[in-house]
Ligand binder design. Structure first.
Ligand SMILES: [Zn+2]
Length: 98
C-alpha cells in the first residue's frame, strides 16, 4: 500500500524516515486524518470492542489550502462536551483565545 499519496490530488508526499513500524511517520507538506468511524456511515462504523481500527487518509497542504473554507478548526475537544469550532484560516493560530 502506498500510504504517502494525497487522497485528493494523488501527489506523492515525502515521509520522515523512521525505523519503528508502529509509529506514524511524520510527512512533509501534508496532514494525516484518522477516523474511528461514524454511526451514520454506510462504509465504516466498526463496533468499539476488541481491536481498535481506524481509517486513515493523507491530504497535502496545497489541497487543504484550496478548500480551506471547508476546514474547521476545533478547540478543547477533550475538555468540553461541545468543542469550540471556528473556520480554519491559514496562518491564524487562535488556540486558547476562544
Ligand atoms: Zn493534494
Amino acid at each position: 500500500m502506498d500510504k504517502c499519496v494525497c487522497f485528493s490530488c494523488d501527489r506523492i508526499l515525502e515521509e520522515e524516515p523512521c525505523s519503528e513500524p508502529l509509529t506514524l511517520h511524520p510527512i512533509y507538506d501534508g496532514l494525516i486524518f484518522r477516523s474511528n468511524g461514524n454511526y451514520g456511515s454506510t462504509i465504516f462504523d466498526p463496533m468499539p470492542i476488541g481491536i481498535e481500527e481506524m481509517l486513515q487518509i493523507i491530504i497535502c497542504d496545497d489541497c487543504i489550502k484550496r478548500k480551506g473554507k471547508r476546514v474547521t478548526r476545533i478547540h478543547n475537544i477533550k475538555r468540553k462536551v461541545t468543542a469550540d469550532a471556528e473556520p480554519f484560516v491559514l496562518g491564524r493560530d487562535t488556540r486558547g483565545k476562544i
